[in-house]
Ligand binder design. Sequence first.
Ligand code: ROI
Length: 160
Amino acid sequence: MTSKVYIGLGSNLSEPLMQVKTAVEQIATLPETVLVATSSWYRSKPVGPQDQPDFVNGVAEIDTTLGPMALLDALQELEQKHGRQRLRHWGERTLDLDIIVYGELSTTLPRLLLPHPFAYQRGFVLQPLAELAPELQLSGKSVSSWLAAVDTSDLRQIGA
Ligand code: ROI
């Protein structure tokens, strides 16, 4: 069965825009996966410690028959390829790939909470996601209604 999945991308180290654009190309080559759309890219102030560079954020939409765990493994492998190290909690990173929504699935697995537990309160996820799926239901409300409730003044669109 094919599932529609939205993946949040973020980077604030080592040429962030290049990191996220390359990651989208790599996501497009995953097995059993078709890249459907990519949002614009946004520069955003860090959520978490402020003494780190601004992030570049965006969202990719895929159709895939990979199961959620196989997809998570593949995305974590991509993060590793981009030299990701966990420097500190809520700290800087070369590439972060988060499954925001996987079809209709809800899970509370330790490795994978779905829908992503913070997505509905983060402008840097909601703004690009609203370009692709404003009516998508996330934790009981549409993406566009969550977006209307958050502060997006720290987001700057930097290109398609
Ligand atoms: N802040 C922003 N603006 N964008 C992110 O992608 C992001 N990712 C994170 C933390 C460190 C919580 N802050 C972020 O994981």
